[in-house]
Design a protein around this ligand. Structure first.
Ligand SMILES: [Zn+2]
Length: 396
C-alpha cells in the first residue's frame, strides 16, 4: 500500500465539503438544515471587551493577498495596512457560485446573506433584505457611502438599494432619495440627473429634502467641502459616469476618507456607519494591469491612513478593511533581477481565493481567524448592539 495519499482524494472531498457550506447559506438562517428554527446570530461570539460606537468598513474591490503583497513590496514606505493589530481571512463564495461578483460579495457584508451573483440587497429568493446601513439609519446613526466607482455601482449599491440586477443603475439611484443617507461621494451623476427611464431629477429631489449636492463641474471635493455644514446631508459627484483612475488624475478618495468620519460624527451623537470602497483595484486587475492595480492599492491605503488617524484619536471607532473577492488571479514572480518583482495574472475575472480582513479599534479581536464573508455583517451588528430583526417566521 502506498503511503502517499492519492491525488483524487483531495478532489472527492472538496465538493462534499462545499455542499455542506451551501446548506447553511440562506439569509438570516445560518442553521444546518432548512427545517430548524431561524437563528439570527450564527456566531457564538465571546462578548467583546468594548463595543463600537462607529464603524468604518473599507472594501478594496478585488484586493486579494497578492494585491496587498504587491503594494507592500513595490512601495518604499510601510503601508498603513501594516499597522493593523488583527488580521483574518474570509471565504467569498456566493449562494451558488464558488466565484462571487461584487454585488453578491457586498450583499454578504451589508445583509449577512449569501445570494446570487448580480443581486443588490436581495437574498437568494430575490426578496429585499434589510441592510446594515438602513438599520443604522433607522436607529438614528449617521450613515455614509464613498466609492471610486459610480455611487450606484454594485458595492455601494448593496448597502442602500434593493434591486434584482446590478445593471439597473437608475432604479438603484432612486434609493438614495428614499434612504436618509448623510453622505455620498462617488461618480455616476447621470443616473440622478440625466435619466433615460423616467423624467425624474433626483438631484432636485435630494435638494428638496435639504441635502447639499455639488459635483466636479464646480470644483474639487476639497473646494466643495470648504463651505460644508454638518446640519445638512452632503452629496458630491466626481463624474457623470465612472470616475477616472488614479493614473489619470483622480485624487478625491483620501480627501473623502479624511472628511467623512468627522462629518458623520457631527451628524449624530449615536454614532455612524461608513462604507468606503477602493473600487478600481478590481478594474485594474480585470485589465491585467499590475502597475495600475498597485497605484489603486496605494490610493486606497492612503485613505485607510486617514480613517486610522480619526479612529486613533476617537477611540470608539472600529475600522475594518477587507475585500469582496480577489481579481485576476494575481501572482508575484521573480523579475529580471533577483530583487525585482513581476506581476502576472491568470484570469481577467475574479477568483475563489480567500481574501484578507484587517481590523483596528473596539471589537477588532473578533475579526481574527478564518470565516465566511457573511460573518462580517453579524460581527458588525453585534458590536454596534443592534437589536435582533424580526425573523421571517415572526412576520407570518
Ligand atoms: Zn470585478
Amino acid at each position: 500500500m502506498s503511503i502517499f495519499r492519492p491525488a483524487y482524494g483531495h478532489f472527492s472531498f472538496r465538493p462534499f465539503f462545499i455542499g455542506l457550506l451551501f446548506l447553511g447559506a440562506a439569509c438570516n438562517k445560518p442553521s444546518q438544515t432548512t427545517s430548524s428554527p431561524p437563528v439570527m446570530q450564527p456566531l457564538s461570539l465571546t462578548p467583546p471587551a468594548r463595543l463600537a460606537k462607529n464603524i468604518v468598513l473599507m472594501i478594496g474591490d478585488g484586493m486579494g493577498l497578492s494585491q496587498v503583497s504587491a503594494a507592500m513590496y513595490l512601495y518604499p514606505e510601510p503601508l498603513q495596512l501594516e499597522k493593523f493589530p488583527v488580521a483574518g481571512l474570509i471565504q467569498t463564495h456566493s449562494a451558488k457560485n464558488l466565484i462571487t461578483d461584487s454585488a453578491a460579495g457586498a450583499t454578504a457584508f451589508s445583509c449577512g446573506c449569501k445570494t446570487y451573483n448580480g443581486a443588490i440587497g436581495m437574498n437568494a429568493d430575490k426578496k429585499p433584505c434589510p441592510t446594515l446601513l438602513e438599520q443604522a439609519e433607522a436607529l438614528g446613526l449617521a450613515t455614509g457611502l464613498v466609492a471610486t466607482s459610480s455611487i450606484t455601482h454594485a458595492t455601494p449599491a448593496a448597502f442602500i438599494a434593493h434591486a434584482r440586477d446590478r445593471a439597473s443603475m437608475e432604479e438603484i439611484a432612486t434609493f438614495f432619495v428614499i434612504t436618509d443617507l448623510d453622505l455620498a461621494i462617488g461618480g455616476g451623476m447621470k443616473y440622478f440627473s440625466r435619466r433615460k427611464n423616467d423624467q425624474r431629477d433626483l438631484i432636485a429631489e435630494l435638494r428638496a429634502k435639504g441635502c447639499v449636492v455639488s459635483d466636479f463641474t464646480t470644483g474639487t471635493l476639497e473646494q466643495s467641502i470648504l463651505t460644508l455644514t454638518p446640519r445638512q446631508p452632503f452629496f458630491w459627484f466626481s463624474s457623470e459616469d465612472e470616475p477616472e483612475s488614479v493614473e489619470a488624475g483622480r485624487t478625491y478618495l483620501p480627501v473623502a476618507a479624511r472628511m467623512a468620519p468627522t462629518f458623520l460624527a457631527q451628524r449624530s451623537d449615536k454614532g455612524f456607519f461608513l462604507m468606503i470602497e477602493g473600487s478600481q483595484i478590481d478594474w485594474a486587475c480585470h485589465a491585467n494591469n499590475g502597475d495600475r492595480a498597485v497605484r489603486e492599492m496605494l490610493d486606497f491605503d492612503q485613505a485607510i491612513g486617514e480613517v486610522l488617524r480619526f479612529a486613533e484619536k476617537d477611540g470608539n471607532t472600529l475600522v475594518i478593511v477587507t475585500a469582496d473577492h480577489e481579481t485576476g488571479g494575481m501572482s508575484l514572480l521573480r523579475g529580471e533581477s533577483k530583487d525585482s518583482l513581476k506581476i502576472k495574472f491568470t484570469t481577467d475575472y475574479h477568483t475563489a481565493s480567500l481574501v484578507p480582513v484587517f481590523a483596528y479599534g473596539p471589537g477588532a479581536e473578533q475579526f481574527g481567524g478564518l470565516y465566511d464573508n457573511t460573518d462580517i455583517y453579524f460581527k458588525m451588528r453585534k458590536l454596534l448592539r443592534f437589536p435582533e430583526l424580526p425573523s421571517e417566521e415572526d412576520k407570518k
